[in-house]
Design a binder for this molecule. Structure first.
Ligand code: CIZ
Length: 309
């Protein structure tokens, strides 16, 4: 069996031969983070995907992220190393249910988190990410907003945007929703000097005890400029790998259950295989892509959020 170092060498060699670029999400395993050309959150990766000159984008993340890259780059080949990397949150919206909700609230704009399928995006007026959700909802001209699919992120937006009626879709991220106040308080007891950073996909009661609520891009930016030395990282565990790499003098504590099994489907082995076979290719039919592109472009125009990656 080849060692991780051998696999990395072969990936990097093949990447050159294929004229490919590797984009990786902040929640990827450390080995993947280390060989990525660009590491970031879904917003930074979506923006980066539009600027890429190489012919091939290898997307190390979950399905909706690769799909977004394909929608924004119809002329490029987009590859995801494992098609089983399907975000359960994105699967929580069904087109029929969303159409029905729109009929019930004809005056509402639909704002959908990028963690959605191309079909959901095509039925939405705007997209947002956790880095710019508040900014996007504030910018929407409608007084009423249907927010899909994450109820926790939606509730957070509601707490920040008081002059709009926000109707929540009942979806949730299983990884963030499972984090409990007790988990944070236990770490805080052990490390009283540590600041609690929580992702807005966490439950409202967790956000209440947090010192700050940030997307992963926001965490990167905050930690970099903070005078604090210790942080409790209230999001997927491997986020702490990037934070530590960029801030070796600081200390990060993670929560044992904060693991996204879908993000972990991408490995050095299947990344190499994907480059060898130039597959699986992510392709969105052009008619659907054209509709889904509109809310994504609107989002990028409104706000680049805490754009740090
Ligand atoms: O928007 C993203 O990339 C996700 C899923 C989390 C974050 O805050 O970066």
């Amino acid at each position: 069996m080849p060692s991780p170092e051998e696999l990395k060498e072969r990936i990097l060699r093949l990447k050159e031969e294929r004229n490919a670029v590797i984009l990786a999400h902040n929640y990827q395993i450390p080995d993947i983070q280390d060989i990525a050309d660009f590491l970031g959150d879904s917003l930074a990766l979506a923006i980066k995907a539009r600027e890429i000159e190489e012919d091939v984008i290898v997307f190390c993340g979950v399905d909706f992220m690769a799909e977004t890259a394909a929608i924004l780059n119809p002329d490029k080949t987009v590859i995801i190393p494992d098609t089983k990397a399907k975000c359960p949150l994105a699967g929580m919206v069904d087109a029929e249910g969303l159409r029905k909700m729109k009929e019930e609230h004809p005056d509402a704009a639909v704002v959908s988190y990028v963690n959605t399928t191309a079909e959901t995006k095509a039925l939405s007026d705007y997209c947002c990410t956790s880095a710019n959700a508040v900014e996007v909802v504030k910018a929407v001209p409608n007084k009423k907003v249907i927010f899909t699919p994450d109820r926790n992120l939606g509730a957070y937006v509601r707490s920040q945007v008081k002059d709009k009626e926000i109707i929540l879709w009942p979806g949730f991220c299983a990884t963030h929703d499972a984090l409990r106040v007790e988990d944070f308080m236990q770490l805080k007891k052990e490390h009283p000097e540590a600041e609690i950073l929580a992702h807005p996909e966490c439950r409202p009661e967790v956000l209440e005890i947090a010192d700050h609520v940030f997307s992963t891009g926001g965490m990167v930016k905050h930690v970099r400029s903070s005078s604090k030395k210790e942080f409790i990282v209230g999001t997927e565990k491997d986020m702490a790998y990037r934070l530590k790499k960029e801030n070796p003098d600081k200390i990060f504590y993670t929560l044992d259950r904060a693991i996204c099994p879908t993000m972990k489907k991408i490995t050095l082995e299947n990344l190499l295989e994907a480059l060898e076979n130039m597959a699986p290719v992510v392709k969105v039919p052009e008619e659907l892509a054209e509709k889904a592109r509109v809310p994504i472009e609107r989002m990028i125009e409104i706000g680049r959020g805490e754009r740090t990656g």
